[in-house]
Design a protein around this ligand. Sequence first.
Ligand SMILES: Cc1cc2nc3c(=O)[nH]c(=O)nc-3n(C[C@H](O)[C@H](O)[C@H](O)COP(=O)(O)O)c2cc1C
Length: 404
Amino acid sequence: MSSNPLEIDFAGITFKNPFILSSAPPTMDPRHILRAARLGWGGAVMKTITHEPTVDPRTRLGALRREGNTIGMNNIELLSRKPLKTWTNEWIPEIKREAPEDFIFIASMMSGPEPEGWTELAETMSRTGADAIELNVSCPHGSPEKHMGAFIGQDPGLVEQVTRAAKKGTDLPILVKLTPNVTDIVPIAKAAVKGGADALSAINTVESLIGIDIETATPMPIAYGVDKKEQLSTYGGFCGPAVKPIGLRFVSQIAKAIPDIPISGIGGIGDWTSAIEYLMVGARTIQICTAVMWHGYSIIKDLTAGLIEFMNRKRYTTLESMIGKALPKITTWTALSKLPPVVARVIEDRCTGCKDCVIACADGGYVAIQMKEKIAAINQEKCDGCGLCYVVCRDNAIEFVHTN
Ligand SMILES: Cc1cc2nc3c(=O)[nH]c(=O)nc-3n(C[C@H](O)[C@H](O)[C@H](O)COP(=O)(O)O)c2cc1C
């Protein structure tokens, strides 16, 4: 057994740690990828390429803010701006030559619904020295208009077909990156596996309209029409902290339905705690985009240190022993006991007396909280145990207790 507790096997590849840069601006060229590699990232998925380079609109990123914090981002960016040849002839060889030997490089590619394009790209990619290939059938904007990206990823028949076609062109492990913009991800995931996928990545971004500039009635991010004068926008892909619940849902659903398929968890992961959440619902590796775009590659130090400290504290000797640990506890609503004797209690030394829980409970709850000597006090007779006070409390001053 390896002495490195973070080492993990993923689709036959050994990663020194589970942290991978997902396909996005932080993996746009060797200059970016090599900086991350030298800081200790386990691997990177290059910015997706297709047969033609992309020219993007400006601006192309939008923000969702709440009380001064940015909690989500959307983008209308497409694929790599560099031609395929630059990647295959210059950049991937450079990355493989210059990066630490144990850094895993994953090529990312996209083609249309015709299988031949996928076989051809996979053949080309497998001659570059890449360690694996991720199929992007999940970009929710721009690509679907061209019958690519999520257009393919929303159709199980096409997903199976293009996965099989890519497999035909390569012996490298194939990851299929799935879109959350579907009603049920399980049939799509099963189609990818039927087509020969060695692993799945989930999720790509969530299709969204991030907001409207109400002064000018213009949707955001504000770009320009083809006349370069009229301000316009389009639907984009939403990511960052706000999508974590969606990613956790999809990863857990895939892991429950197809227990043997390795999953690379993606979506709103920004710290070691959210990484552990993904591992516990069945992810074997972790991909990150937004947190790196906002805070830089050096977050890898906190990610690995935090994960190791947690493992030591909880006596997990391997990542393997943590993977899927929460899955048996995800059940149906029907299987939950109704009205167990649980009520809220205020942790008094944390309460700052802001009254947020009093207001929320009065108008959205069971009128069970009053102020008592500048501290919130819960009437346990009236408390219904719904959890609203916990939701609005900014001081982490609510806990739940059994009444018998
Ligand atoms: C600006 C931007 C560009 C992206 N480009 C790609 C891409 O080329 N290929 C791809 O598979 N995913 C792309 N993504 C999606 C990310 O890889 C990732 O799946 C998504 O952002 C969710 O992860 P996060 O919450 O950590 O950002 C992009 C995301 C952003 C924000």
